[in-house]
Unconditional design. Sequence first.
Length: 93
Amino acid sequence: MTVTERTGARTDEAATLIDGARERIDALDDRIIGLVQERMAVSAVIQDARIASGGRRVNLSRENEILGRFMDALGTPGTSLAMTLLELSRGRI
């Protein structure tokens, strides 16, 4: 398969640009996955401390702050992203 076939581009120049950009996206995705895993680990520390002190597993007012922050920065899709991050970090409530 040629570069133009793989990328869907119609010129070699565009295909080369797309290939490079896709490599960059793959690298960004790897970093994002690592950050999400780090976030999950930090969230587990917070939950353990909260539960050990007699508190609840989740703090809904804090989660609402996070949802608002993501929505402000990314619009409505940011809310969905934040919900996914929260679910990964604490499970469904």
